[in-house]
Design a protein around this ligand. Structure first.
Ligand code: OGA
Ligand code: MN
Length: 221
């Protein structure tokens, strides 16, 4: 029998999860799926994190290009970009690539590339309300966040709050619990990370469209 799925999308739990993501993005522009990242991916990411030294994480910047600055009043987390040469990140990169292909076929999103980083928040660290992209200024179109915190308890803070674009009312408050998956349209949802009373590990990633023009190579090398 012929499958309608392209050959690079695996059978099993993943297509059902991808379909759930697509439906939520289509109906509300964001998706929050608790305990959803497949175990093979969370296992690999935990391993990738375990072999990194804390000192490989660097203070995160705010803004893009020449306007990039470090601003501890806006964000306090430290980050480590996930590059293909980092050990044990392949499974994550393959999975995000499969999701990219799926969303392009299902929602015609034209997603072209993906970038992501680990983020480490020490107790008390936060990331004030922000957009991941500003309309017409960036080629980030879809944000993906997931968490690597086992045994997160509701009283420990560290929630991600997603706000409505028009009146900034709170849409959802997400516990940074292990394997929870969050996706939202980058230009449309302001969001913030509240301080926590324990260490908090997340991954934030962005699918980008290709805005290369003759005078402007993007994504930058
Ligand atoms: C970000 C971000 C959310 C989180 O890094 O841009 O919004 O919950 N992260 O870690
Ligand atoms: Mn963000």
């Amino acid at each position: 029998m012929h499958s309608l799925l392209p050959p690079d999308i695996p059978q099993g739990e993943t297509p059902a999860l991808f379909e759930q993501i697509a439906q939520k993005l289509e109906s509300q522009g964001y998706a929050v799926l608790p305990a959803s990242l497949p175990e093979t991916i969370t296992d690999a990411l935990m391993q990738a994190l375990a072999i990194q030294d804390e000192y490989n994480f660097r203070a995160a910047s705010v803004g893009r290009g020449p306007e990039q600055t470090k601003n501890p009043f806006i964000r306090r987390d430290r980050i480590l970009w996930i590059e293909p040469h980092l050990p044990a990140v392949n499974t994550w990169l393959e999975w995000t690539e499969q999701l990219r292909c799926f969303l392009n076929q299902r929602l015609f999103m034209g997603l072209f590339s993906f970038e992501s980083h680990f983020a480490y928040y020490q107790p008390g660290d936060f990331y004030k309300k922000h957009f991941d992209a500003f309309r017409g200024q960036s080629n980030r179109v879809l944000s993906v966040v997931t968490y690597l915190n086992r045994g997160w308890e509701p009283g420990q803070g560290g929630e991600l709050i997603i706000y409505a674009e028009d009146n900034h009312s709170e849409l959802i408050k997400v516990q940074p619990a292990f394997g929870t998956l969050v996706l939202f349209l980058s230009e449309h949802f302001p969001h913030e990370v509240l301080p926590a009373c324990r260490e908090r590990y997340s991954i934030a990633g962005w699918y980008r469209i290709n805005s290369t023009r003759l005078d402007h190579i993007d994504p930058p090398a």
